[in-house]
Write a protein that binds this ligand. Structure first.
Ligand code: G4P
Length: 527
């Protein structure tokens, strides 16, 4: 294997998906501790979930729960280079999360054992399913009196529509939680609750029959033996192919806060998670990470909302070849050369200038408005990536210009911020009226703040009745003309010029579309 191949094979790029408060931050911190990327607990900023609406940018940034320094956290573990992509904690910024999921090769799903599968987990899982992203599941907070493990497994299977395969099993629950039994390895790892974090002080037991089990687990021992017999009877052994196809999720139990079961999870992740995978291109083909020539995909643009640090960074995933600093590349959308002298790599909290990056790596590019989400950077090839869908927004507001002398600035601001993915922008058919679509109201605050401070324009957002939308395609010109004639007031175009139908609710869309012949509709732009 060449060193280029080795570099690709040793990379693992993933994101954590969870409902807020399930333990994403806590687990991230433990992973970084294992990777030696941080040395003290508490180093990863707590991403508290402020639910109030605010126009203060610092609070918005906090709500977003993500900063440039934690957007990508790289660390080394067992010879692998692991890139963990952070996703915003607040549901209002879930579009950021969707985009980040297009840049990973696998995901780790964290579920709170007390609450079970929650609403955001469900939605994020759907996104993973669309792309067949392999998922490993960690059921957290076993130190609390939660639901029964079997019930949780059933829930994951039923609600998320994937088969489950328990890889570890809890010994005791709640206050009696003592450790985990590794199902494939038939090994027990006990945790000393008084021991130091990191699993130190753990005792290994040779098998279920070892009398040490009774000494350590007391009354939980008999229950564990029974449950393991059941688990082995009910669940098939782990099937890596099914996992890689996104059809099966291996499940671990533990407590991130106490660092119970996290190392087992990380070890398994390193053993089974996929190295960088090919990325889909327009026209149905794909680009292999092993292709010699460099290509990269911009999947996210992060503008720091703090005016003292107004840096905007485009996050690019290296999809193929080797990215090199100071080399002149090609920005496909503008057909212009592109060169950067200070590409950034991310190691835990540090940002460092890098000379080289390999497929699976995320490079931060300082941006002054060149990039747009979905952009490709290549060595000259006219590549176009697919697979960064926009989802139908849930709140729409009409934009009113409050300073007629600044209408150009307002238009430019709206356009550029839509390019950055802050909001989605629509223009009504037959007029120049602009509508802004968002998933969560905090996005409006970010937009208003940035329009005012960066573009020096003033605007107001007026509520509209629409709460959903769909993208439209048609079979022939006549079908389109008839449709437009009937529904013009509800039609607009997105920034790509695609036709979008707005509606008060999903039922209206279903009813309208049922009656239309020759018209098809989609709830993501990725049709
Ligand atoms: P998030 O990023 O998914 O939103 O979750 P985060 O890690 O911030 O965890 C949410 C809360 O759950 C935190 O408590 C955290 O300490 C707690 N937690 C995480 N893992 C476990 C676990 O294994 N067991 C128990 N019992 N709790 C856990 P908090 O009180 O909201 O914050 P903090 O004051 O502890 O930071």
């Amino acid at each position: 294997m060449t060193s280029f191949h080795k570099e690709i094979e040793r990379r693992l790029t993933f994101a954590i998906i969870s409902h807020p408060d399930a333990g994403k931050t806590t687990i991230t911190e433990k992973l970084l501790l294992f990777g030696g990327a941080i040395h003290v607990a508490g180093a990863v900023k707590s991403k508290k979930n402020t639910r109030k609406t605010t126009s203060d940018f610092m609070e918005m940034e906090q709500a977003r729960g993500i900063s440039i320094s934690t957007s990508v956290m790289g660390f080394e573990y067992r010879g692998r280079k692991i890139n963990l992509l952070d996703t915003p904690g607040h549901a209002d910024f879930s579009e950021d999360t969707y985009r980040t999921l297009t840049a990973v090769d696998s995901a780790l799903m964290v579920i709170d054992s007390v609450k079970g599968v929650e609403e955001r987990t469900r939605k994020l899982c759907e996104i993973c399913a669309m792309r067949k992203t392999p998922i490993i599941t960690f059921i957290n907070k076993l130190d609390r009196e939660g639901r029964e493990p079997v019930d949780l497994l059933d829930q994951v299977e039923e609600e998320l529509g994937v088969a489950v395969c328990p890889m570890s099993w809890p010994v005791g629950r709640g206050r009696e939680f003592r450790g985990v039994y590794s199902v494939p390895e038939k090994r027990l790892v006990f945790f000393d609750p008084h021991g130091r974090q990191g699993g130190e002080g753990s005792v290994e037991i040779s098998g279920l029959e070892d009398p040490l089990l009774d000494r350590m687990a007391g009354s939980s021992a008999a229950r564990l033996r029974e449950e393991i017999a059941l688990v082995q009877g009910v669940y098939p052994p782990f099937d890596r192919k099914a996992y890689l196809e996104g059809k099966l999720t291996p499940v671990f139990f533990g407590s991130a806060l106490n660092n119970f079961g996290v190392r087992e999870l990380l070890d398994c992740f390193v053993d089974i998670a996929p190295p960088p995978l090919p990325r889909p291109l327009e026209g149905g083909s794909e680009i292999s990470p092993y292709a010699e020539k460099f290509s990269g995909l911009v999947f996210k643009i992060h503008a720091n909302l703090d005016p003292r640090h107004r840096d905007r960074i485009a996050f690019m995933r290296v999809c193929s070849g080797v990215f090199e600093r100071n080399k002149t590349y090609y920005h496909v959308r503008s057909s212009k050369p592109y060169k950067t002298s200070n590409p950034t790599a991310f190691m835990a909290q540090d940002r460092t200038i890098i000379d080289q990056a390999f497929p699976g790596d995320i490079v931060g590019l300082h941006d002054t408005g060149t990039f747009k989400i979905g952009d490709a950077v290549t060595e000259g090839e006219e590549l176009k990536f697919t697979g960064i869908p926009s989802f139908a927004p849930q709140i729409f507001k009409t934009v009113f210009n409050l300073d007629p002398l600044k209408s150009k600035q307002l238009d430019r601001g709206l356009d550029q911020l839509a390019e950055e993915g802050v909001v989605q922008l629509f223009t009504r058919l037959g007029s120049n009226e602009k509508l802004v679509g968002v998933v969560g109201v905090l996005q409006f605050d970010v937009l208003r703040y940035r329009i005012e401070h960066e573009y020096k324009a003033l605007c107001r957002f007026e509520p509209s009745d629409y709460t959903t939308a769909c993208w439209i395609t048609w079979e022939d010109r006549k079908a389109l003309d008839d449709f437009v004639r009937r529904h013009e007031p509800k039609l607009c175009r997105d920034r790509e010029g695609r036709l979008v139908f707005l509606a008060r609710n999903r039922w209206m869309i279903d009813r309208t579309m049922e009656a239309e012949k020759g018209i098809r509709h989609f709830f993501t732009s990725d049709y």
